[in-house]
Design a protein around this ligand. Sequence first.
Ligand code: UDP
Length: 160
Amino acid sequence: TSRHLSNASVEEEKTLAMIKPDGLFSNHTDAIKKVILDSGFHIFEEMITQLNKDGASSFYAEHSSKSFFSSLIKYMTSGPVLVMVLEKENAIADWRNLIGPTDARKAKSTHPHSIRAMCGQDLEKNCVHGSDSLQSAPREISFFFGGTLSGTEATMHDEL
Ligand code: UDP
């Protein structure tokens, strides 16, 4: 029927969301998950894991030449993270909009209802991550949830 056809045409999209070490440490997990579910996302998969130096460096490889890189790696390896695959129509852009701008301090004035305004501290410790494009989302999802086929994931992070 036409009703079934229109339902089938809705494109579900997946993105990688992460609660970074500061977000887990400060107990923001339940509040963040409430925002996720209230915003219509389905949590398709989730895992608590600990990035090691190689894993964090690989995940943020595009920033390896930046001045903030070593500090970023130290931050990202400072404790466990909660990674989630979120599913929804337009998930990538909608999750980026929900988390708000990179600088959590600025987010508090310009995007006061964003997740980074709620639980982030500054430009580095911004409590959450979201894939930024159709290219990065599948790459980041398989980084954490790709299984052990290639054997590389095991050297990047340890499931807790
Ligand atoms: N970051 C930082 N200093 C900067 C820019 C970024 O410490 O000047 C950190 C911050 O934790 C950010 C991450 O590096 O979330 C990745 O930066 P990106 O520009 O990709 O921001 P995002 O996509 O996370 O908003």
